[in-house]
Design a binder for this molecule. Sequence first.
Ligand code: BES
Ligand code: ZN
Ligand code: ZN
Length: 496
Amino acid sequence: MQIILEPKPFAAMETEALVTYVFDDNDGPQGRAAELDTLTGGLLSRLNKSGELTGKSLETTLVHAPSGLKAARLLLVGAGKREQFNTATLRKVAGVALRYLKARSVHGLVFAARENDATEENAQAIAEAVVTADFETDKYKTDKKKDKFIDEVAIAVYSEAERTASEKGIARGRIIGEAQNFTRDLVNEPSNKLTPKILAEKAEAMAKEAGLAVEILDERRIADLKMGALLSVAQGSVEPPRVIVITYTPANAKPGAPVIGLVGKAVTFDTGGISIKPADGMEKMKYDMAGGATMLGIMRALAALKPNIKVICVVPSTENMPGGRAQKPGDIQTAMSGKTIEVLNTDAEGRLILADGVHYAKELGATHLVDAATLTGAIVVALANVNVGVFGSDQAWTDKLLASAKAAGEKMWQLPMDDEYREFIKGSFADIQNIGSGKGGGSITGAWFIREFAGDTPWIHLDIAGTAWNDEAKPWLAKGPTGVGLRTLVHLVSSL
Ligand code: BES
Ligand code: ZN
Ligand code: ZN
């Protein structure tokens, strides 16, 4: 799919579909919508009066052969209330337009931003939106819908200044959108097609292509490093574990500057181990590697965006299986840090592999940590599939992340980490235990467990169990993997 600029005035645009958005207010068409209204002989006003065009959020109104325009179709997407409009709305509107037209076998469109808003930021949002909206999860279908594709999206620009700004925005947006799709493609892979070994191979190939330094630790290296927590999860599977380490170093890294450590959970399938999960819905546990896939996608984007800060990505990967050698409840393991862990529930495996991942990232020199993991079912109880759960040990660092989430249009919500919750994981027979003995607060005790290994290093944990996978398709995104967290973390790293 090409993303280009369209500098022609509305009346002269020759396209299969001209797309713009309308607000849900009673002010009537304004700005460029008013221009369109005049050109089409009052079409927008008429549709609005008849009640067909309301501007309600994500409402779609398609007009064929609109008079006064060369465009074959005019698609009006509802943008909701004018006062609430922001880049997050713009992203959805653009995504909806792409998926709506693609489903109707339209192959090209012009997207017209409105009053003075063909800015770099908006062009980036539109590019991210159309690239991610275009992603389908039909890789393993043999009857792909071959006539359904969009090969050209043009963004309307009205001045030289808008043209330069939009060009920059498109370049950035495309990089980020494609990185997000790279992540989603990995998350979509079933566990028979994506073992830890295969994930490591794909990560290595990506890193080499992107020009990033990469090292894959195999089961022997992992044992040499004494990553006992990761190994304890891996021992129940015939598939060997891997740790993927990718490093981005900026051209002129200053000595003493912060080094960001990104650690992602990559359990390529989580059966629960001996504390086995119920059969119903277990197939979804192929997405238990979404945190790791997100970090890999971020590295792919950073390689192209070239921020001025060093980033080390550590992705521990394993299956969680109930094989004959599997660890059993009550087993005591020694993590790489030397801390002993009583494994009370083998299904709380994500925190085990992150314990070693976080410790290793620190050993490699990370001064600021972020981990992302499909860690707990409890986060779905707390925040449903709407917000990512955010946990942090350092409020200044956490505030930066929350600001980036806002800027990137990803919903995130911070949860508390009072010392009381830490008591829940104090061990009876080892230093700590991998599930809480108190009632409730499951996501917080999970976070506390990981924090024990981050120590004094500023650390953030993102629980994406509720948000990494959409059970239903959205009008702007296919069903399945979302790639959540990527945009926020790319923004965070770029802003440092
Ligand atoms: N991978 C799961 C968490 C999960 C649940 C991800 C639902 C996506 C959707 C994790 O390893 C797990 O099993 N967590 C347990 C922890 C419990 C045993 C303390 C859980 O949430 O039930
Ligand atoms: Zn589990
Ligand atoms: Zn898991």
